[in-house]
Write a protein that binds this ligand. Structure first.
Ligand code: FES
Ligand SMILES: [Fe+2]
Length: 440
């Protein structure tokens, strides 16, 4: 339980708020690269309550500009992509991807006005199918050599979805390992060979056991949390027998990303990005250590519940998330279908637009959440005191940040302590692209 003041301090991310200032010191996903496909590569985006327009110019450069035209404030998202930039539809002022005004065509011949006009523009880069932007002060940090950024394009797939709640409660579900035994419980196990592209539906590594069976039958995990150079690492143990223990290792990359195993072949790196205080997008990069990702299948699976163009969920509070009494009695814990993203979405959205944490009562299994909030509050404090925000690597530091190991498997009793390291190494040695990097 925390005070209302502290809850506000952690959750509110407007331009002048302490958490907003902190989160602006990190690269934030603003769009999927696929959103800029088509005849007009332009997309209005909202990030932490600020409005921008994202576009790709004729040379393929990405630009992210404030959305209100610096002439008289018209909406640049309705502008024309032409003459190498973005032209406002009101009086034709033209801006390049750096925000420099290039033309003010209605001004008298010889006018130099445009040389003095520059729209605010922000660094923007594309990584593994996600467009990242930096809207904070000073220089952005470097991108770490994490698997999701260094794997070849053929081995990653990116997608996103909108949740109608504050970003922090969305992130916190990803650092709460106990919930998977309940929220994502299936009363029958599926054939695990049908699990491609789905989370919590395959078999754990080094085991024939369906993960659904592990989660269902062993619901009182032993969770430990350790600091890591990029944030923190959670290890969740479920003792299956005297001989075997299920080991699941997940990570928080500070401030808003978790990196978790999806299957023995894939990991998920997932950002929870505030649109404003009461909406957030999850952005996920799925990274395959075996063959290329079947992007079409992954996309089609997700389009079953997510609706374009805004990547909203077809199941939501307006239709009770598809809740079925019959299903809840016989098939799933929630009665909300088999897509676990919908379960997580319900859990987070049902807390309200911003969870009232003055009414919560944390338990032992919430230790990841407690550790994360401490890290967040410390970072807010130090940023407010004028110190550097944590975990903003320079290029040299970024090249030392690899992995992070994200493992789900069954270890023999004697090997529990070394299982994560060993399984991570074995997976890399069996992966063409990851093995090449081990040799570096
Ligand atoms: S308001 Fe954009 S050109 Fe006039
Ligand atoms: Fe979940």
């Amino acid at each position: 339980m925390i005070s209302a003041e502290k809850n506000d301090l952690m959750t509110r991310v407007g331009h002048d708020t302490p958490a907003g200032k902190l989160l602006r010191r990190y690269w934030q996903p603003v769009a999927l690269a696929e959103e800029l496909n088509g005849p007009r590569p332009l997309k209005p985006v909202k990030l932490m309550g600020q409005d921008f327009v994202l576009f790709r110019d004729a040379e393929g450069r990405l630009g992210l500009l404030d959305r209100d035209c610096p002439h008289r404030g018209a909406d640049l998202a309705f502008g024309r992509l032409e003459s190498g930039g973005l032209r406002c539809a009101f009086h034709g002022w033209l801006f390049d991807a750096t925000g420099q005004c290039l033309e003010t065509p209605a001004e008298p011949a010889g006018s130099k006005l445009c040389t003095r006009i520059r729209q605010s523009a922000y660094p923007v880069v594309e990584k593994s199918g996600v467009v990242f932007a930096y809207i904070g002060e000073g220089e952005p940090p470097a991108f770490p050599d994490f698997d999701c950024f260094v794997a070849p394009d053929s081995h990653t797939f990116a997608f996103k979805g909108l949740w109608e709640c504050n970003w922090l409660q969305a992130l916190e579900v990803g650092i709460d390992p106990a919930h998977a035994s309940f929220l994502h419980r299936f009363f029958q196990d599926e054939d695990t060979s049908e699990s491609y592209g789905k989370q919590f539906r395959g078999a754990s590594a080094d085991s024939e056991m369906a993960i659904t069976q592990v989660l269902r039958e062993y619901d009182c995990p032993d969770i430990s949390v350790a600091p890591a150079p990029y944030g923190m690492q959670l290890t969740t143990l479920r003792k299956l027998s005297e001989e075997q223990t299920h080991v699941r290792v997940t990570n928080v990359v500070f401030p808003q990303t978790f990196v978790i195993p999806m299957s023995s072949e894939m990991t998920i790196s997932q950002w929870h990005v505030p649109v404003d205080d009461t909406h957030c997008y999850w952005y996920a990069i799925f990274t395959s250590f075996t063959g290329p990702v079947d992007k079409q299948q992954m996309r089609d699976q997700r389009l079953g519940t997510i609706e374009l163009p805004e990547y909203t969920s077809r199941k939501n509070k307006r239709n009770n998330y598809g809740y079925s009494v019959e299903e809840q009695l016989n098939q799933t814990y929630t009665g909300m279908g088999t897509d676990i993203n919908v379960h997580d979405q319900w859990a987070c959205e049902s807390m309200g637009p911003i969870q009232n944490r003055t009414r919560e009562h944390l338990g032992t299994t919430d230790k990841g959440i407690v550790a994360y909030r401490r890290m967040l509050l410390d970072a807010i404090d130090s940023t407010m005191a004028g110190d550097a925000a944590p975990m903003r690597p320079d290029a040299a530091q970024a090249s030392t940040l690899t992995g992070p190991p994200s493992i789900d498997g069954v270890a023999s009793a004697a090997k529990v302590a070394s299982y994560c390291r060993d399984a991570d190494l074995a997976r890399r040695q069996g992966s063409d692209w990851a093995r090449a990097r081990l040799a570096d």
